[in-house]
Design a protein around this ligand. Structure first.
Ligand code: ADP
Ligand code: MG
Length: 258
């Protein structure tokens, strides 16, 4: 299983939207896909149609209570897409795990040797705390959504610094599969400028597919559906399908491996 963490310590940059829709696109392409909601806000869970009242199991059980992964996984309504939902309990995990041995390795341990899925996306919370750290330690690679706004590069350098530290201390093989520009607005010259700067700085690391600002993407979660299901032909859905294709092209040929 290839584990992809979707992280950026800034909130509202499109992490959850990217997690939901890339996971849906991969599932639609025949990948047995697992989405782990690691944000106590649980927006990824809601976004694939699993309401808070339906979350009998969660990523908290996995992380704090050592529950087996199979016991925490539920089927979503989308064929091929399974979910480990998040509940508000998860907000306590950062503190509950402080005195636990190897607290950064908990997610890695439960995901190791899991053969039930080909790919796993982890939707990280907007911080660089213990939850995100667990995701970065468990991940093969990182997908970074970057909102085209002023200061985007400053936030990114902080994230890249954390990635370097994780590589040095915990997970030397952690890669960055790519940076996805999100909420791009062609009419806004600033977002255009930021996109150019980011590409100049980071080159091929930036995915060619750019996610436009698109109202269908923001409406879809209130219907409990990925945008790709809610309106598969809107500009946002098409952009996420293109992004998933690019992502698949960058992944190593490991999909059938344990
Ligand atoms: P994060 O997980 O990084 O906090 P979200 O994916 O939850 O970010 O996005 C923040 C808000 O912006 C949500 O209300 C979401 O629906 C909306 N949103 C995300 N991407 C887009 C987009 N490309 N166009 C329009 N709205 C978007
Ligand atoms: Mg989110």
């Amino acid at each position: 299983m290839i584990v992809i963490a979707i992280a950026n310590q800034k909130g509202g940059v499109g992490k959850t939207t990217s997690a939901i829709n890339t996971a849906t696109a991969m599932a639609a392409s025949g990948w047995r896909t697992l989405l782990i909601d690691l944000d106590p806000q649980g927006n990824a869970s809601t976004g694939v149609g699993v309401a808070a009242s339906e979350r009998d199991v969660s990523s908290y059980d996995l992380l704090v209570d050592d529950a087996p992964i199979e016991d925490c996984t539920i089927r979503s309504a989308i064929p091929g897409l399974d979910l480990i939902p998040a509940t508000v309990d998860l907000s306590g995990a950062e503190i509950e795990l402080v005195n636990v041995d190897e607290r950064t390795q908990r997610l890695k341990k439960v995901l190791a040797d899991h053969a039930g899925h080909d790919v796993c996306f982890i939707d990280c919370p907007p911080s660089l705390g213990l939850l995100t750290l667990n995701a970065l330690c468990a991940a093969d690679t990182l997908l970074v959504p970057l909102q085209c706004e002023f200061f985007a590069l400053e936030g990114l350098s902080q994230l890249l610094h954390t990635v370097e530290q994780v590589q040095q201390r915990f997970n030397p093989d952690l890669g960055i599969i790519g940076i996805a520009l999100t909420m791009f607005d062609r009419r806004n010259r600033l977002t255009d400028q930021v996109a150019d700067d980011v590409r100049e700085c980071l080159g091929d690391l930036v995915f060619e597919s750019v996610i436009p600002r698109n109202v269908r993407l923001s409406e879809a979660p209130s219907h409990g559906l990925p945008a790709l299901v809610y309106d598969h032909s809107c500009a946002g859905s098409r952009a996420y399908m293109a992004l998933a294709r690019e992502l698949i092209g960058r992944l190593p040929e490991r999909r059938k491996a344990a």
